[in-house]
Design a protein around this ligand. Structure first.
Ligand code: H79
Length: 699
């Protein structure tokens, strides 16, 4: 069935694969490429190319909320673009703001120039935020800019200014809509009857509006948000992604179109969720992502997205530039926000910062645009970004945040030889070549005398071939626990280093056992430590893994076993998995598989499943428990996965050795508010990670 659906979808996508009328595209970015809905990896790379190369964009939050600017009835609310929700304003009291919207200072060319001069390549503006107000004249609603005293087509004028200046226009579009009568759920204080409300009609309205937006402005990215209320489902998300990619095959869509976002960290969890890039909000991932995972951190300059005159907590320019560099060095994009005021002006603090970022970019943009993630896990003195050169060599941009007191920057574990013109200052190539020395596996570069790093001084270093960096070796083992024996392997980034290891918890030395090509058999619990050596000297840090030999959990004998699990549901505003045994069930029954079909209401409930899990063979099993909100999975007396607590979708894993046969099972789950989900998968001897099939569940 799935195959048929895919082929139908492909057919639709290819027959409609005529990009909306648009001959315009910035000449300094890779082309905008339309691809079929089911893409090859290469087609996907082509479609993403301009976005990946851009690295830096401007977010604009603008709408009716700029008029109150965070104040309501003379009080500072801090609500900004959320003011309707924060202050519990009735739509009847909020919507009349439309009659006051007259941003006479709106100057789209000035906005675009401020972004462009800051080194930004694209702008994402709110076509519609959660309040439902539309910044373009929409055929489908009167709650739009056309019904304001201002009357002008804001998106249209901005699109034109973008075209004139070679900036890519993108649109933020909220799924959540607090004023549209068909949208559900209603806010608690919004007494408009929901009897006549029709959520699917709301979805159709949204699709109609997106069609208008694509036809009128050809946004290059559609940036959805407000997907987390229970009414928007995974099916809605898939359908919306497929819809917008079908009407514009080149469009790039963020992961908030679907329900696979992991909280504010924003990356897409596994399981077939739609979305071309992850969306960390107000945070930067601690480490880079595996190559090929696209993400964009969106962040405010002060604390607010929408305009609030009293929010003076602006981040210093140095911080903003370093955040851009940090994000780029981890392979992400930076979408930095400005909230224009009710007259259409950027706050002065934002203007100043954009100009100062521009001063840095004027000199250093080459180290940002078109570059990709660092080859180092950590550099004490700053960050690294990279570019491939035409001849197969690579260029490293070394971003010095703090000048080391030694006067040298160290590139730990970089085995490549320098190439080309050696090392020099990006801001002034005449300062160079700087002295480069090899120190074991490291390269060092001498900084110019008296250099002060400032915001970020960038050095350029060309190297022969793609970077080869050795750090800790990886210890390859199936699972950290085993029954009788397990096999241990080692690998490093280059075969020019030796790997030496110990099994007794001591640090590997030059005299420790040398890892060979064949795996090592382990029969007893051990603490494995391994380290790389280059030219007889240790390189990078020590990798360590504890391996534990265990006895399998004993299976139990039961006289009868029937298919399915028992479940009980419990009502209450839980914030943790409670001891549901002490709480009177609201209902009980038998379930063939683990899902939420028996949920007693959309929010504030718990479910307990009990029964037995049948392990097909004696061996090591891994369980993956993904829930929103919390859950806990127990076999016998062992808590296998504890995923408790109030949180959004979160996956946790646990490993346990099981004897063939039946094991008492308990799975507790609770849902506070928002989205709900409960997915338990397992892998075991001879089978890959998969949902637990009904045959394995007994009572
Ligand atoms: O448009 C700006 C904000 O108005 C909007 N997103 C940015 C780009 C925004 N909406 N809500 N929030 C920011 C914070 C809300 C977070 C939560 Fe949730 C929503 C907490 C629980 C539900 C989504 C799901 C984030 C974590 C889990």
């Amino acid at each position: 069935m799935i195959a048929t659906i895919i082929s139908i979808v492909t057919a639709v996508a290819t027959t409609n694969a005529v990009p909306p009328e648009s001959t315009w595209w910035p000449s300094d970015l890779p082309p905008r490429v339309g691809t079929p809905l089911v893409e090859t990896d290469e087609q996907h790379d082509d479609r993403m190319a301009w976005w990946r190369e851009s690295r830096f964009g401007l977010f604009i939050h603008w709408g009716l909320y700029a008029i109150p600017g965070g104040y309501w009835e003379g009080r500072r609310t801090g609500g900004a673009e959320w003011i309707l929700n924060s202050v519990k304003i009735h739509p009847d009291d909020y919507m009349p703001l439309q009659q006051q919207f007259d941003p006479v200072d709106f100057d789209p060319m000035q906005w675009v120039m401020m972004a462009k001069n800051a080194g930004m390549k694209y702008i994402v503006i709110t076509s519609k935020h959660h309040d439902g107000f539309c910044l373009w004249p929409s055929e489908l609603t009167d709650f739009d800019v056309e019904g304001t005293p201002f009357g002008r087509d804001i998106l249209g004028e901005l699109a034109e200014a973008c075209r004139n200046e070679g900036i890519v226009l993108c649109l933020y579009h909220s799924i959540m809509d607090w004023t549209r009568p068909d949208y559900l759920p209603r806010r608690a204080w919004d007494d408009r009857p929901s009897d006549g409300a029709d959520y699917q009609r709301y979805v159709a309205y949204m699709k109609g509006q997106l069609q208008e937006l694509v036809d009128r402005y050809q946004p290059a990215v559609l940036w959805f948000d407000g997907e987390w209320e229970g009414t928007w489902t995974h099916e809605d998300g898939q359908a919306m992604y497929d819809f917008v990619r079908t009407i514009d095959p080149a469009v790039i869509v963020n992961n908030r179109v679907d329900t696979g976002r992991t909280g504010m960290a924003g990356l897409t969890r596994s399981g077939g969720y739609r979305g071309d890039f992850g969306t960390p909000e107000q945070e930067i991932p601690a480490t880079g992502m595996p190559f090929g995972v696209d993400w964009e951190t969106c962040m405010t300059m002060n604390r607010s997205w929408g305009y609030q005159s009293f929010d003076m907590a602006f981040k210093p320019t140095e911080d903003l530039v370093r955040k851009l560099v940090d994000i780029t060095s981890k392979g992400g994009n930076f979408l930095l926000n400005v909230g224009p005021d009710e007259r259409g002006r950027f706050p002065n603090e934002s203007i100043e910062r954009l100009a100062e970022i521009g001063d840095w970019m004027q000199v250093n943009a080459e180290s940002i645009h078109g570059t990709f993630a660092s080859c180092f896990t950590e550099l004490e003195w700053g960050r690294c970004t990279r570019r491939n050169l035409a001849d197969g060599d690579q260029r490293l941009y070394l971003h010095v945040f703090e000048s080391p007191t030694t006067g040298m920057v160290r590139l730990p574990g970089l085995l490549n030889a320098p190439a080309g013109r050696g090392a020099y200052l990006l801001a002034d190539p005449a300062v160079g070549p700087l002295a480069i020395e090899r120190d074991g596996a490291d390269l060092t570069i001498r900084l110019p005398d008296g250099m002060v790093a400032g915001i970020d001084t960038v050095l350029v270093l060309d190297i022969e071939g793609p970077a080869i960096v050795v750090s800790a070796p990886s210890i390859d083992v199936a699972e950290p626990v085993f029954l009788e024996s397990t096999e241990l392997g080692f690998s490093a980034a280059s075969d020019r280093v030796e790997i030496r290891y110990t099994l007794d918890g001591t640090a590997p030395e030059i005299g420790s056992t040398l890892a060979g090509d064949s795996p090592v058999e382990i029969r007893r619990s051990a603490t494995v430590q391994a380290r790389c050596f280059f030219d007889g000297s240790p390189v990078g840090t020590i990798a360590t893994t504890a391996l534990r030999r265990v006895e399998p959990l004993r299976a139990v004998q039961t006289l009868t076993s029937r298919p399915g699990l028992r479940w009980t549901t419990h009502l209450g505003a839980f914030e943790r998995v409670a001891d549901f045994a002490d709480i009177e069930p609201s209902a009980e029954g038998i379930a063939a598989s683990i899902d939420l079909s028996m949920q007693p209401r959309p929010e504030n409930f718990g479910i307990r499943f009990t029964g037995f899990l049948e392990a097909p063979r004696t061996g090591i099993y891994r369980f993956s428990l993904d829930s929103d909100d919390g859950s806990r999975f127990i076999l016998g007396d062992a808590v296998v996965v504890d995923n408790d607590g109030l949180h959004s979708a979160l996956e946790k894993n646990g490993v346990i050795a099981l004897e063939k046969g039946l094991h008492p099972l308990r799975l507790d789950y609770f849902e506070g508010t928002g989205q709900d989900d409960l997915i338990l998968k397992w892998s075991g001897p001879g089978f890959e990670l998969q949902p637990i099939r009904p045959e394995a569940l007994k009572r």
